[in-house]
Design a protein around this ligand. Structure first.
Ligand code: SF4
Ligand code: SF4
Length: 88
């Protein structure tokens, strides 16, 4: 069978894609402002935000830096900055 470029050959392949490499901006959390409401977690298209100890934690392995989380945060607790550390 001939496989075309981009085809999915087995389940769960996206877990192996380190999409954080694509990122130019990274969301930095102001832990004083963040109240752990979870809105950013709901909006992140890559499911790379978790709320831990009532604070937002961004997974740098998968975060692509789109900025949706920062845009949707009602407390302006996220600021997009160049680069970004690896969270996990
Ligand atoms: S939306 Fe803002 S305040 Fe709510 S958990 Fe995310 S960073 Fe914190
Ligand atoms: S910048 Fe985009 S991909 Fe990264 S945590 Fe925010 S919403 Fe998710």
């Amino acid at each position: 069978m001939k496989l075309n470029i981009g085809c999915i050959t087995e389940a769960g392949l996206s877990k192996k894609n380190r999409t954080g490499y694509w990122r130019y901006f990274f969301p930095i959390v102001d832990k004083e402002k963040c109240n752990g409401c979870g809105i950013c977690e709901l909006f992140c298209p890559d499911s790379c935000i978790q709320i831990k100890d009532k604070k937002c934690v961004v997974n740098g392995y998968y975060c692509k830096g789109c900025g949706i989380c920062a845009r949707e945060c009602p407390r302006a607790a996220l600021t997009m900055q160049p680069g970004g550390e690896e969270a996990e």
